[in-house]
Design a protein around this ligand. Structure first.
Ligand code: NAP
Length: 255
């Protein structure tokens, strides 16, 4: 039980395929009490149905574009949990038209939206989480993608947002390290989810990785969740500012 007695909040559970859901479930199996957040009423029923399958869940609304909703989540967590050991940030969004065609044509609004939801939200969430993590060796984890380090056709503005997210992890690791709070990311290989379905040519990305990755296959949600468990737990107490690739080794390839 790697997370026995710990409490965490998981942002980004849209449905049963969500990477955030796989992590929430795995963390719960390892003894953690979990709060799940959902964005808007449209997703509440889904979030509550999934939450009902884990032990003693807390379910809270949170659109990360709204500062008052972020503040309300952490006020509830303070009241219900009394403190916090980990945060999972599994949130990203870009306008559909930005994930087709060329990055060259990114609109000002498309750029703003992708950065605000997919990158800025980590800093906003970390700022609220830190006071609840005092004296508890907290761990903050986000999910990123290779498209923030290298060019993946069609990933476009989301790649630029992931590059910003990756640097955000490092700056936050520096800021929060003196309070013994760690900040890391998992760079997951492509997995079919609601978010990834919006990326133009996603099935080609899956095929390419399956053929070119050292392990000659794709990753799945459970493999991402197992790596997350390591970063959330005290096993990774010496690890911060790290981007751990869980991609069957694909990122090492030059061709
Ligand atoms: P997902 O199930 O669609 O999760 C994305 C989540 O972000 C959804 O729950 C979505 O809610 C939420 N979100 C978007 N805008 C939000 C907002 N304003 N406030 C609160 N939540 C918001 O897809 P996923 O693939 O698991 O994505 C999770 C993370 O993993 C993302 O950061 C993604 O970039 C990253 N990642 C995914 C892959 C992959 O291949 N799947 C690979 C590497 C990294 P709505 O449904 O309401 O928009």
């Amino acid at each position: 039980m790697l997370l026995n007695g710990k409490a965490g909040v998981v942002f980004g559970v849209a449905n049963k395929r969500s990477l955030a859901w796989a992590i929430a479930r795995r963390a719960n199996e390892e003894g953690a009490r979990i709060a799940l957040t959902y964005q808007g009423e449209r997703l509440e029923e889904n979030a509550r149905k999934l939450a009902a399958t884990i032990k003693d869940p807390l379910v809270l609304p949170c659109d990360v574009n709204k500062d008052d909703e972020i503040a309300a989540v952490f006020a509830s967590l303070s009241e219900e949990f009394g403190g916090l050991d980990f945060v999972v940030h599994g949130i990203a969004f870009a306008l559909k038209e930005e994930l087709e065609g060329q990055y060259l044509n990114t609109s000002r609004e498309g750029y703003r939206v992708a950065q605000e939801v997919s990158s800025y939200s980590l800093a906003a969430i970390a700022r609220h989480a830190a006071p609840l993590m005092e004296g508890r060796n907290g761990s903050i984890l986000t999910l990123t993608y290779l498209g923030g380090e290298r060019v993946i056709p069609h990933y476009n503005v989301m790649g630029v947002a992931k590059a910003s997210l990756d640097m955000s992890v490092r700056y936050l690791a520096w800021d929060l390290g003196e309070r013994s709070i760690r900040v890391n990311a998992i760079s997951a290989g492509p997995v079919k989810t609601l978010a990834s379905a919006g990326i133009g040519g996603f099935s080609k990305i899956l095929d390419h990785m399956r053929n070119r990755a050292p392990l000659r296959r794709n990753v799945d949600q459970e493999e991402v969740a197992d790596a997350a468990l390591f970063l959330l737990s005290d096993l990774a107490r010496g690890v911060t500012g790290e981007i751990l690739h869980v991609d069957c080794g694909y990122h090492i390839m030059g061709m």
